[in-house]
Design a protein around this ligand. Structure first.
Ligand code: FES
Length: 163
């Protein structure tokens, strides 16, 4: 083997090493991009699946809500509000009683409505009916009553807390 052949082999080896490094760098970059892409896809799925448990935790963390100026609510009307992440209602009955309940139907979770003419709570999804004073499930598919809150009316607002 002459000097020219050895020199050619050395040059060829350098070229192949350069190509190998370039190929390796490309594969590493592609792998990193793949990991980032998978993480970008997985994070929203994780957030979606984790939401119910996070909502339950944040709901449990709330123990009291102050409804400023709610003491001015006229008799026979309702104020919808959020107790943590869940809808709730404050009813000022015609007889002067104040009642606060969860507004989430115990059947499939629709938001219920207070009907002042009938003095009842109605779920439009499947016709569930609740007692507007006790939250008891009166008719329709709801399996359990609505939960009652404690209510304290004061000159600046109404405080609603877990019973
Ligand atoms: S969700 Fe309310 S009656 Fe079905």
């Amino acid at each position: 083997m002459g000097d020219a052949t050895i020199g050619a082999n050395i040059v060829q080896e350098h070229v192949e090493n350069g190509e190998a490094r370039t190929r390796r760098a490309f594969l590493a970059a592609a792998g990193a991009a793949g990991v980032c892409y998978a993480a970008a896809l997985a994070y929203p799925v994780y957030r979606y699946l984790a939401s119910p448990s996070e909502m339950a935790l944040s709901a449990a963390a709330v123990t009291e809500v102050t409804l400023k100026d709610a003491q001015k609510l006229p008799a026979g009307s309702v104020l919808m509000f959020k107790f943590g992440p869940s809808p709730a209602m404050l009813i000022h009955h015609q007889d002067g009683r104040w009642i606060a309940l969860t507004a989430v139907c115990t059947h499939l979770g629709c938001t219920v409505q207070y009907e002042s003419q009938a003095d009842r709570i109605h779920c439009a999804c499947h016709g569930g009916v609740y007692n507007a004073y006790t939250g008891a499930n009166v008719s329709g598919p709801p399996p359990r009553p609505l939960k009652l809150f404690k209510v304290a009316v004061n000159p600046t607002g109404v405080e609603v807390s877990r019973a």
